[in-house]
Design a protein around this ligand. Structure first.
Ligand SMILES: *Cc1c(COP(=O)(O)O)cnc(C)c1O
Length: 216
């Protein structure tokens, strides 16, 4: 598919993050020149290199796992960090954001897939995090919503169920902790293989790479 075909398939109210990991600056510029301004990377070093090389009106999202000791390299410019799943990481993002007088948008990553993964919160863990005294003191992080990845499977019912479970978690958190915060409005779910199912389940932001840039 071309970039134009991908955007034609995504409703206007759903944000597209073009996932450019492993792709060159030239390939990214081709998509930039067609109007795309939001790009996603999953590695800190690649993200900082591309930030340096590319136009400064790009909004960069870090979509992959982030190690605490690397937050300092992206804190001055990153627009959104998708995969936050620990208090320790929030504390570090807050600390680094303060140095630049910024408030950094973050998403809570949930483990919704059947595959085992070290990453992503359970509902219980999210509750503990959001009620932690240390967390409540943070001033320079803003939680915008949730992020999750469905199981890599051909079974659409399973994928649909997993996205629905993330949408339910979003609603629960919204009602319980963020009712007075309209900025809690992001459900980051859906990739090249499952973005249509994700949008049906209420995704507000899809992270699409190979469909736009070709396989990696
Ligand atoms: C690579 C990646 C994507 C995009 O995957 P595609 O299948 O190429 O669309 C989305 N989200 C995350 C977290 C990724 O690492």
């Amino acid at each position: 598919m071309s970039y134009q075909e991908v955007i034609a398939n995504i409703p206007d109210e759903v944000t597209l993050v073009a996932v450019s990991k492993t792709k060159s600056v030239e390939e990214i510029l081709e998509v930039y020149n067609q109007g795309q301004r939001i790009f996603g990377e999953n590695k800190v070093q690649e993200l900082t290199e591309k930030y340096t090389a590319l136009p400064k009106d790009i909004e960069w999202h870090l979509i992959g796992h982030l190690q605490t000791n690397k937050v300092k390299y992206i804190a001055s410019f990153v627009q959104m960090i998708h995969a936050v799943d620990s208090l320790k990481l929030f504390v570090e993002i807050d600390k680094q954001a303060k140095k630049y007088n910024r408030v950094i948008d973050c998403l809570l990553q949930f483990h919704i897939a059947q595959e085992t993964s070290k990453f992503g919160l359970s509902r219980e863990e999210a509750i503990n995090l959001l009620e932690d005294e240390t967390f409540l003191q943070l001033t320079n992080v803003r939680i915008r919503g949730v992020m999750g990845m469905a199981t890599f499977t051909d079974n659409p019912d399973q994928i649909r169920n997993e996205f629905q479970s993330l949408a339910e978690l979003f609603l629960f958190l919204k009602h319980t902790y963020f009712n007075d915060q309209p900025s809690f409005d992001v459900k980051s779910m859906g990739m090249s293989g499952d973005y249509k199912l994700a949008i049906e389940a209420g995704s507000t932001l899809v992270r699409v790479g190979s469909l736009i840039f070709g396989t990696r």
